[in-house]
Structures are given as structure tokens and as C-alpha cells.
Design a protein around this ligand. Sequence first.
Ligand code: NAI
Ligand code: MG
Length: 366
Amino acid sequence: TAKKLLILPGDGIGQEVMVQVRRIIDWMGKKRNISFDITEGLIGGSAYDVHGTPLADETLADAMSADAVLLGAVGGPKWDDLPFDKKPERGLLKIRKEMGLFANLRPATVFDALVDASTLKADVVQGLDIMIVRELTGGLYFGQPRGIETLPNGERKGVNTLTYTTSEIQRIGRAAFDLARKRNKKLCSVDKANVLECTVLWREEMIKLQQTEYQDVELTHMYVDNAAMQLVRNPKQFDVMVTENMFGDILSDCAAMLTGSLGMLPSASLGAADANGNRKALYEPVHGSAPDIQGKDIANPLATILSFSMCLRYSFNMDAEADMIENAVKAVLKGGLRTADIMAPGKAKVSTSVMGESIIRELEKL
Ligand code: NAI
Ligand code: MG
């Protein structure tokens, strides 16, 4: 049966880049005879304009019953002055929370043709292909107690707490080990076990998982400060990294810059697996709605196209089609076509739609 895909283009360039994904989906239907059961919905400001809320209950229900959700981006100046709970970003936070997406996957891939877009030297990043798995619903960003209190002596005190239960560590651990198994069977768990007890537990649980369920995957450990340094010094030593929420927030932004452009970065967020091993999942580019370039047909659609390819690989088990899309992206870049955000001397500057068209043309050749 056809996989159920909910498409939520959102606002701003989210809508423009999603048009290019729809072309790929049409192509897959016509040329590969693969069809999806697609529902399209509203999220963010465009949902507020129609429903008075950034995420309608009906859309959330569609998300809960879908095999995967593909999202563009939300937000824009038009909605900046709305009350807190009506803001576009609340729609995004709500859908992530309701779907229970506890694992955030952020690949950092350097395409050969784009080595010049990186901020680092070519030999450091050439061929880079790593994946950071960030725990997304626990850790320092959610731990209790938290807040700012006034002490009896009149001083004020700010508190945040780093907490993880064994089950929280095990589920992010399994998601990361499963991924490592699909890739190169190497997992680096990043912690601060020399200082933070919570991450001593984290390390112990990762070791237990490896010994009991994932003996085929090589597990290493690294302190987060060293990991930040190693990501810049020699990122190719890593394959899959798994880490705490805040550590992952920082490390994944650091890794993102190894690749050079926001317009190239896809992501996936995964929830719990059901009895059949299917996980709730949401795929989206890392970038936002880019109001500064909206409506100009210059946004880079590749981050969203690559998010769709992750969806094919991780939710739909369509590795062959995911490979085809990634190869088409490589070929187009190799041919010298660039959107403005990844522009370089000697390259042809193309629009969003021409980039999408060129991907289809490459797919035709593969
Ligand atoms: P942004 O990611 O939208 O844009 C940052 C800069 O990168 C801009 O100069 C933009 O033109 C450029 N850029 C981003 N994506 C691009 C692409 N695909 N191709 C070419 N250039 C691209 O972040 P910003 O400006 O901080 O936020 C704008 C709006 O987006 C805000 O309303 C913000 O809340 C929202 N936002 C939404 C996110 C989401 O939906 N996941 C994530 C980040 C921001
Ligand atoms: Mg961040």
C-alpha cells in the first residue's frame, strides 16, 4: 500500500521549495511507478490566516496518522506581532511535541562540487559525510527544577537541570545505533562524564546497549569539548555521533558550517517505534522561511529535496530512490549550477525553479 505522506509547506520560501519536491514526486509516479498517499496541509502563519491557529487539530491528526511528514518552514514578519500562542513557530513546536520526536538527525555532507562553500580547507572537508543524532525532548532544555528564584538574602538564582532517565537514554541510543548499523557501523557517543553525573549514566547505558544489542557496531566515547574541537580539526574521523540535547544543538550548528550553506542542510526528527518498527517522523530543512528572499524564485530548494530523500530512506525504506535523488543533486552541482546562496565565481547562477528542473533532468539520465 502507498505510504501516507503529509506535506506542510508552511510560509515564505517553504512554499517555493516544496513545489520542487512535488515535481520529484510527480516524476517518481510517472517514471518509477511509485505513488504516495499525499495530504497537503497548512502550518505556521498560513494556517493562522485560515484557521486562527498555527496548527489546526485536523492537521495534527493528519500528522499523527501519516507515515511521515515533510515540512517546509514557518514564520515571517506578517505574524511577528501575534500573541505567543498564535505565533507560527508555536505550530512547529506543537507538532514536534505531539509526535513525540525525541531524536533529531542532522547530516553534514560536503558535496565534492561544493567544497568551496565550506569555511574550512578543502582537504579537511572533502568527502565529509557525518550524522549528528541529537536528543530532542529531554536533557538540559527540559529538566526540572528550572527557573529564576530570589534567595532569602535578596540575591537571584537561575536554575536549569540536566536529567535523563535510563529509558530516555536507551531510546535515543537505539535510534543512533540503528542508524549506525545502516551506515558504517561506527557510533561516537558524546558526553561530559568527567564532570556531569547524568552523562556518566548516559555513557553506562550506551555501553550496555552496545554489549547487549549492537555488538556489530563499534562504540566510542568523547567529551563534548573535545568533540567540538575535533569537528573543526578533523571532522572525517566521525560517522554517527549521538548526544544530549544542548550538546547536540551546539555541535550540529558547528557541523553545519563545515558544509557552508544553510540552503543545503536537511534534517529528520524521529519518534518512538511501533510494534512493526515504524517510527513517527518529520523531515524538514534546517533553514527558516527566509522572508528576505521570499517570492523572488532564488531560494535553494536542495535542503528540502534532501530532506525528502531522507524521508524515502528512513521512513519508506526506498534506499534506491533516495540514492537517485542524492546522485542527481551531486550531478547538478558538479555541472556548475548554483543558487545564489552557494554562488561562486565561474558557476552558473540559477533560480529555484531551474534548480528543480535540473534535478529532474538528472533523474531522467540516471
Ligand atoms: P532563515 O533560515 O529563514 O534565513 C537566514 C538567512 O539565510 C537569510 O538571509 C535567508 O535568505 C538565507 N536562507 C535561508 N534559507 C535559504 C535557502 N533555502 N536558500 C537561500 N538562502 C536561504 O532564518 P531567519 O532569517 O532567522 O528567520 C526567518 C523566519 O524564519 C523567522 O520568522 C523565523 O522564526 C523562521 N524560522 C523558521 C524555522 C523553521 O521553520 N524551522 C527555522 C528558523 C527560522
Ligand atoms: Mg541551533
